[in-house]
Design a protein around this ligand. Structure first.
Ligand code: NAP
Length: 379
């Protein structure tokens, strides 16, 4: 394998340090960690002589250029992604380095679309929105569909999670809540057609496996999944999401209804509110994130139903690992040139097997008429 230098901006943050851990443990690449401050001793100890550090502020052109120049691949784990926008992605393009972004700011994809031909001619790759939500949340149903079905008629998909969100992550949650309609819409598919529904009044109580149980979720369809549903001709499709915890749910409803997302200062205040709400929700509780999917269709001409669940407690670790796997797949030549969503990664099988090797289990229940089987797929 060619030795590659992978730069991680925000490499000492919650997501960044988990991406670094994965790359140190599972690859032999050289790492360059960047942030506005210097890393603490524990981070320096863990770097195992394969990492170096560079102080940078990504809002300063000179230091961002120097950082990009020193790398082959840049992973941007700084936040908030809705403030950074395409700043690091465009710098990566100018300096001819590959780019990975676990932030969920969809407009970056569209701004890179205008440069897609240039990226291809330079042999460059960008993978965007590759955390757990978005990221794994799109890869998971696509992977499950590819491995189990020839045709799909129905899909119902739910995601829900909680953690002690950092201010940066909470800012992006507030931005996302305020911008539903841009990239994430309240729609459902009925008889092959998208239909707009009201976000708050079209909520549904979904029966989820333990430890979630019955939860009220709301219709949210990301544009990446819409592409998937349309390309696979899935007639009926519904996607539901929510925060797991009454306080963060209330906080996000307040942000949406009271329009506390119009300015940066409102978003910072909303982020503070979400951080406090998350601390209350997490009092005496562990973090958790669940993707739960049901699909109906056919395999080899026979009817098939599937219920598939992925649940884990270490949401920041999983986010960092998703970004790090994307960088690893670029370094190992497994991604074509151009800009991609997580959902456009061609080899979902490889991505998901690398992810599951990190001790994440998918529980599948198949129903094919007379045969009913339960299969837990170990990592
Ligand atoms: N897709 C997903 O599933 C998912 C899940 C969680 C988080 N995220 C996203 O991941 C991003 C990071 O979140 P987090 O919770 O890890 O945040 P965090 O813990 O606050 O880490 C952010 C890091 O970025 C660095 N940083 C901030 N501003 C910078 C700048 N101007 N120049 C250079 N470095 C800078 C910070 O270090 P210094 O302060 O020392 O500079 C810090 O190490 C956010 O955009 C969040 O939305 C995505």
């Amino acid at each position: 394998m060619k030795k590659t230098t992978i730069g991680i901006i925000g490499g000492y943050g919650q997501v960044g340090r988990k991406a670094v851990r994965y790359l140190l443990d599972e690859t032999s690449h050289t790492l360059l960690l960047g942030g506005r401050s210097t890393p603490d001793d524990s981070m320096q100890d863990r770097a195992q002589g394969r990492s170096s550090f560079m102080v940078l502020d990504l809002f300063q052109d000179e230091s961002l250029s120097a950082f990009c120049d020193a790398c082959d691949i840049v992973i941007n784990c700084a936040g908030p992604s809705s403030v950074i926008g395409d700043r690091v992605a465009m710098a990566a393009l100018r300096h001819s380095v590959h780019y990975v972004d676990p932030g969920g700011h969809n407009p970056v994809y569209h701004s890179l679309t205008a440069h897609n031909e240039e990226m291809k001619s330079k042999g460059l790759i960008s993978i965007l929105a590759i955390g757990i939500l978005p990221g794994l949340s799109e890869l998971f149903p696509i992977h499950e569909a590819n491995r189990s079905f020839d045709t799909i008629t129905d899909m119902e998909y739910s995601y829900i999670g909680r953690d002690r969100w950092t201010h940066n992550s909470a800012y992006d949650i507030a931005w996302g809540v305020g911008n539903i309609g841009k990239g994430e819409a309240s729609i459902i598919f009925e008889q092959g057609k998208p239909k707009e529904v009201n976000l708050l009044t079209s909520g549904k109580t979904v029966q989820l496996p333990q430890p979630l149980g019955d939860r009220k979720l709301f219709p949210v369809f990301r544009e990446e999944l819409r592409d998937f549903v349309e390309s696979r001709n899935i007639e009926n499709a519904r996607v539901y999401g929510n925060n797991w915890g009454a306080w963060v749910s209330l906080a996000t409803i307040a942000v949406r209804l009271l329009h506390w997302h119009g300015t940066k200062s409102q978003l910072h205040q909303s982020a503070d509110l979400i951080v406090k709400a998350a601390q209350r929700d997490l009092k005496d509780k562990t973090p958790g994130f669940m993707l739960h999917l049901t699909m109906k269709g056919t395999k080899n001409g026979q009817p098939l139903s599937l219920a598939s669940t992925l649940y884990f407690e270490d949401t920041y670790r999983a986010t960092g690992i998703c970004a790090a796997i994307a960088a690893r797949m670029i370094a190992e030549g497994n991604i074509p040139t151009g800009r991609h969503w997580a959902s456009e990664i061609p080899d979902t099988e490889l991505f998901m097997s690398l992810f599951q090797q990190q001790k994440y289990d998918i529980v599948r229940k198949y129903d094919s008429g007379s045969i009913f089987s339960v299969r837990k797929v170990a990592a």
